[in-house]
Design a protein around this ligand. Structure first.
Ligand code: HH2
Length: 284
């Protein structure tokens, strides 16, 4: 029996961000109690608001991967994310995603009801993550990241950024298959992950080329990232307009999915980007 994809080819998927971290760059600490445990009611309210605003998938994270962030042990990531995934899986129909680079965290989240594993390291941190996703029949999102979040902005060097990111994502996809993964794969160029402004812009503008090179659906995550601040001068808490515009343009350029904090703004921008993309095809 064919399994319904979570990222279907005929519509743009909006992934809403639910960070259960004290230190995420734009929304850290919002969903944790004073002692550091997740605030289940706050998380449920935030999840419902994201879905009501247009999110199709909710991406739950327990470790910040912002530039310079120190990693946290798997046990702490699990303590932050598992209870929330359990509670959300009971209450909501939207598929849940776990944003982690670690197999143990993915395993706990999948057992609690998650259906997507979002690995910003593209299996470079722990290749065994693909085996865990395969065993659970989960969808796997492979991100592009050279090195570790703690050091990724120190030495950023690309010649042809689109070609190099495509080649390295193809290696991640090959690794997934070598680990026995046969399910739904999604690629993500890792906007802001070891990239400078020009790299993030080139990847967003040429996402259609990336998609064609890989033969995979492509998710992009420009939301609130520093390249938007560099362009607009907006501080991190005022970047939702620029984030939505970036999403709309990325969809026009070929993106299949966007990962955002403000799902309502993104939904509107994505509707426009998708309509323009369809119109361009229709008149070509
Ligand atoms: N960006 C972040 C985290 N996870 N996953 C994918 N697939 N693509 C992305 O671009 C991406 C991601 C970073 O954003 P955020 O979760 O807001 O911040 P932090 O890592 O500080 O928690």
């Amino acid at each position: 029996m064919a399994v319904t994809p979570i990222f279907p080819p005929d519509r743009v998927t909006i992934v809403g961000v639910l960070n259960l971290t004290p230190d995420s760059f734009s929304d850290g600490g919002r969903l944790l109690r004073a002692g550091g445990a997740p605030d289940l009611q706050a998380a449920l309210d935030a999840a419902r608001a994201l879905v009501a605003a247009g999110a199709d998938v909710l991406d739950v994270g327990g470790e910040s991967t912002r530039p310079g962030a120190a990693g946290v042990p798997a046990e702490l990531e699990i303590a932050r994310t598992r209870p929330v995934i359990e509670a959300l899986a009971k209450e909501l129909r939207a598929p849940l995603s776990i944003d982690t680079r670690k197999a143990a965290v993915a395993e706990a989240a999948l057992a609690a009801g998650a259906r997507v594993v979002n690995d910003v390291s593209g299996l470079r941190h722990e290749p065994a993550l693909a085996r865990v996703a395969a065993a659970a029949g989960a969808t796997l999102v492979l991100g592009h990241l050279r090195g570790e979040p703690a050091t990724m902005q120190r030495e950023v060097q690309f010649g042809d950024v689109v070609a190099e990111v495509a080649a390295e994502l193809a290696e991640s996809a090959a690794e997934a298959r070598a680990q026995g993964f046969r399910g739904e794969l999604v690629a993500d160029p890792g906007i802001g992950f070891g990239k400078r402004l020009a790299h993030s812009l080139a990847l967003l503008a040429n996402v259609g080329e990336l998609r064609a090179k890989l033969g995979l659906p492509v998710l992009v995550g420009p939301s609130r990232k520093s390249f938007l601040g560099e362009l607009t001068g907006d501080p991190v808490d005022a970047r939702d307009l620029a984030s939505a515009v970036a999403c709309g343009i990325a969809v026009f350029a070929g993106a299949d999915a966007v990962r955002v904090h403000d799902a309502g703004a993104a939904r509107r921008a994505v509707a426009l980007g998708a309509a323009l993309r369809a119109a361009r095809r229709a008149s070509a």
